[in-house]
Design a protein. Structure first.
Lengths: 444, 453
């Protein structure tokens, strides 16, 4: 039975068809100027999205599990990320580990753990796609786990965490998360507590795997040179017989810190970074408010042309760079690279610039919106980029509908919508700032 | 094995005017147009005491033009076209690239020309340009991976033009006056580009506009092939990072010149040993997968055709540094001594290397960047990568010549009080050890290496 995967916008052209050459009903969504995007769902709940582009020789495949560090239990923080590493260890179809496909198939392999999802990705020549589909299906159900592999991977994870500890900018993100969600499990960040990492056993990993790594908790995204008539049967053949598992559940909501504050964090080096976080609802925003806020953030925080950029870089010369980022935990944050130490004043100026969005003229708005959609277009050039964007829109936004609107932002999102979204979510009363305090090379 | 990924950047359709040539580059068909102005000067051409002047001028040019006399006005004009205009300063050349949706490209091109030809150079904006340049320099110094790669060029090309980084020196960035910068502008950007590269899908009207606007605007350029230096023995340079709990290691030595069969064959070796930056190799398996000593261990030949270097990278905690550094070298030595790699393994590694490189040149911006690098080296339209005729004998010869673990410089970022003895012991015999302060930049590294025994 065909299931609708994602919320739709009524103006989208949606076709449901049973292609005579395919054994499964697929849903088709049109995206102006691009090939149609197909989606379908297997009986076991595995969802598949395919965006073909025959103008490239590469394919990109993403297997996104709706499981992340928010599924961790007290005493086992960090297990989601540690387990992400274990998924690339040796298995039946990859006796030298998943990463060995870089050597044998010329692939690019990787994975990312977030709060709500864990994402395994590969880009490689299209002729090797069936092998990767078979491999990903195998590790969904037959991953061997042993204590020795776990011991080595824990060490590699510790080494990875040192990058966070020793980087002036990266060290701020866990602090910001902690400041927004104090007292919640999420304050341990994705890296978890180091003592928990020591204590996690192979049995813990196996339990985590059996609990969450099931087809009904996953989405497969395929982009690039995809032969749909071959690929759909491969997916059915390799994934179709995997039984459903327990549905991964996220909490309905998590308690955030409701009050504005500024926290400070000692960092190594000589940089002067600030992160300013703006919480949004834990479950994300509804369509099309998500698009309106995305554009608002771009207007306010995207580079020297933005409102905050113009204020801090061009006018007051307090900063060298301004950008914005997103956390799937439920907040956006601006990253500001200060030229000096006047963080308090910079935050005040940033607050004023954010408020000035409410006075933006229609002509200025049109310029920002055109730039926003052009930037998005630049992110759709390669199979990897397209898979990245689809992953983001499918799992954390409101699907293709949001992507379509964003690509035509200047026409489809009004200035009033953007102002309303900014007024609601970019409030001074709820923003949390973390200021990096560099050691400047002075030893403790 | 189907070798469908032949990495090459195609340049074709050279249009001549009485100005610089316009070359078209084969790029994916997207509703985006990009044009790159290639200027035949770079950071390496800056005079002593003026290091960073090209970057500083480019940042000052960002602050407005005669038609758009402020940074905000210029930025707003950019935004309305969905355009980006970016300047990149390389050691031997500089590019200004303009990219926009194809339907607004002619206006974006004219905006870029306005910015390059008629900069406003407001006195009060020079402070912003200086501040931005300082911050860029600081960002590089505080991001170990960026600093390491920038310093690697200073190690391999110490004392020569290729050692020069775009961020210059703090002294020069502070002391360059507005009058002097205006004179330098006239001698550099003011003379116009030597060539112009355009995406293949550029509209005929845009092409015509470009050819008309560049007529009579021409500067010559010279073609040189730089050669890195290779200090004897094993040398250690530590850039101090007080209180750091980890150390970042860069093993640096001269590599083969890109565009040669030797380079392609040596790249097969670095693919086997350290996967040219990827995650499947001898080093990765031995150091991370089997022992968990590090998150990353690789070795690669530099991708830029302007720089011929071999760079090995790994990092780890201070506690495990001794084992990490020792094992890195042990595996390198074992790889070097092994002369029985099968032809199948060589072909597989060649394929993996080419696949990786192909993925790195997929966006229009990446392809145009590589095309500019190609152009600067060859002066014509030849691809910069060659397909090697792989035999075990030829591979072994290239490996022996270029991948020896005997002569290298180990550049380490870490707490000097914790890592010096460990690293000296790991790479023993250490010919020279140099300790640099946390604020040291590429210039300090270049000078230090120039003075090595």
């Amino acid at each position: 039975m065909l299931k609708r995967l994602y919320p739709f916008w009524l103006s989208l052209i949606i076709l449901v068809f049973l292609n005579s050459s395919l054994s499964i009903a697929t849903e088709k969504e049109s995206l102006n100027g691009f090939n149609d995007i197909l989606s379908f769902e297997l009986q076991n709940g595995l969802k598949i999205v395919i965006w073909p582009d025959l103008g490239t020789e590469q394919v990109s495949m993403r297997k996104v599990y709706r499981v992340g560090s928010l599924q961790e239990k007290t005493g086992l923080t960090g297990i989601a990320h540690l387990f992400e590493h274990m998924m690339l260890r040796p298995s039946k179809y990859a006796p030298a580990g998943g990463l060995s496909f870089e050597r044998t198939l010329g692939a690019k392999i990787g994975a990312t753990t977030r709060f709500k999802t864990t994402d395994y990705y590969v880009t490689l020549g299209s002729e090797k796609l069936e092998e990767m589909i078979r491999y990903y299906a195998d590790i969904m159900q037959n991953l061997p786990l042993d204590a020795n592999m776990l011991k080595n991977e824990k060490e590699a994870v510790r080494s990875e965490y040192l990058i966070w500890d020793n980087s002036p900018f990266m060290a701020l993100l866990p602090e910001l998360t902690k400041s927004i969600y104090p007292g919640h499990l999420a304050e341990n960040f994705i890296t978890g507590q180091r003592k928990d990492l020591d204590a996690i056993t192979a049995e813990d990993c196996l339990k985590f795997y059996k609990s969450y790594y099931a087809p009904n908790n996953a989405i497969i995204i395929l982009t690039g040179n995809i032969d749909v008539k071959k690929t759909v049967p491969w997916i059915e053949k390799y994934f179709g017989s995997i039984p459903r598992g327990v549905e991964a559940q996220l909490p309905d909501d998590i308690q955030m810190n409701p009050k504005s504050r500024i926290a400070y964090k000692k960092i190594l080096g000589t940089s002067n970074p600030i992160f300013i976080g703006y919480p949004i609802p834990f479950k994300g925003l509804q369509f099309p408010e998500d698009s309106a806020l995305g554009l608002a953030l771009s207007i306010v925080f995207s580079g020297p042309s933005s409102l905050v950029g113009n204020e801090l870089i061009n006018k007051s010369r307090m900063a060298a760079d301004v950008s914005y980022h997103w956390s799937d935990l439920g907040f956006y944050f601006a990253s500001i690279d200060l030229t000096g130490r006047n963080a308090q004043k910079a935050i005040e100026n940033s607050d004023k610039a954010v408020l000035s969005l409410q006075n933006l003229s229609p002509a200025a708005y049109q310029r920002f919106a055109v730039a926003y959609q052009a930037d998005l277009l630049r992110e759709l050039q390669t199979p990897t980029q397209r898979a990245d964007l689809l992953e983001q829109y499918m799992t954390h936004r409101n699907g293709i509908a949001s992507l379509q609107i964003d690509l035509e932002a200047a026409k489809k999102i009004s200035l009033e919508q953007v102002k309303a979204a900014a007024k609601k979510y970019l409030q001074v009363e709820h923003r949390i700032a973390v200021v990096g305090q560099p050691t400047d090379g002075v030893k403790k | 094995m189907k070798n469908f990924l032949i990495i090459s950047i195609f340049l074709f359709g050279c249009a001549s005017t009485n100005g610089p040539k316009l070359l078209k580059v084969k790029t994916p068909i997207m509703p985006l147009t990009r044009v790159t102005l290639y200027f035949p000067f770079g950071a390496g051409d800056e005079k002593p005491g003026e290091e960073g002047s090209t970057l500083l001028i480019s940042k000052w040019m960002d602050s407005g033009s005669q038609k758009y006399p402020s940074m905000n006005k210029l930025n707003q004009a950019n935004l309305g076209l969905g355009a980006t205009i970016t300047t990149q300063v390389h050691p031997r050349y500089t590019t200004v690239s303009v990219e926009s949706p194809s339907d607004t490209f002619i206006e974006a091109w004219n905006l870029a020309l306005e910015k390059v030809r008629h900069p406003y150079f407001a006195e009060n904006e020079l402070a912003t340009a200086r501040s931005t340049s300082f911050s860029l320099k600081k960002t590089v110094l505080n991001t170990w991976n960026l600093a390491g790669r920038q310093f690697a060029a200073a190690v391999a090309y110490a004392g020569s033009k290729e050692a020069h980084a775009d961020v210059g020196t703090e002294t020069a960035l502070r002391s360059l006056t507005s009058d002097r910068l205006k004179i330098i502008y006239q001698e550099t950007f003011g003379k116009g580009p030597a060539a112009i590269l355009a995406t293949q899908s550029i509209a005929p009207a845009a092409e015509k506009e470009i050819l008309q606007s560049i007529a009579g605007w021409k500067s010559d350029f010279t073609l040189t092939k730089p050669k890195p230096i290779q200090p004897q023995g094993r040398n250690l340079i530590i850039v101090d990072r007080p209180d750091s709990t980890q150390a970042y290691l860069f093993f640096i030595k001269a590599g083969p010149f890109p565009g040669t069969e030797e380079q392609a064959l040596a790249a097969i070796g670095t693919q086997i040993l350290g996967s040219n930056g990827g995650n499947s190799s001898i080093l990765f398996d031995e150091l991370r997968a089997k022992r968990g000593l590090t998150y990353h261990a690789s070795i690669q030949l530099t991708k830029s055709p302007k720089l011929q270097m071999l760079i090995g990278v790994t990092f780890g905690s201070n506690e495990k540094l001794e084992e990490l550094a020792h094992l890195y070298l042990t595996e390198w030595e074992k790889f070097y001594a092994n002369n029985s790699t099968s032809l199948f393994d060589l072909q597989q590694s060649d394929f993996a290397y080419r696949s990786m490189r192909a993925r790195e040149s997929e966006t229009i911006a990446d392809i145009m960047k590589t095309a500019a690098e190609t152009f600067s080296v060859t002066g014509d339209v030849k691809p910069i990568w060659v397909t090697p005729q792989i035999t075990q004998k030829k591979y072994e010869a290239a490996k022996t010549k270029w991948l020896s673990p005997e002569d290298f410089t180990l550049l380490a970022f870490g707490d000097k009080t914790k890592v010096k003895e460990i690293l000296e012991k790991a790479i023993a015999p250490t010919r020279n050890t140099i300790i640099l302060s946390e604020s040291s930049d590429w210039d300090a590294v270049s000078q230090a290496v120039s003075e090595l025994k």
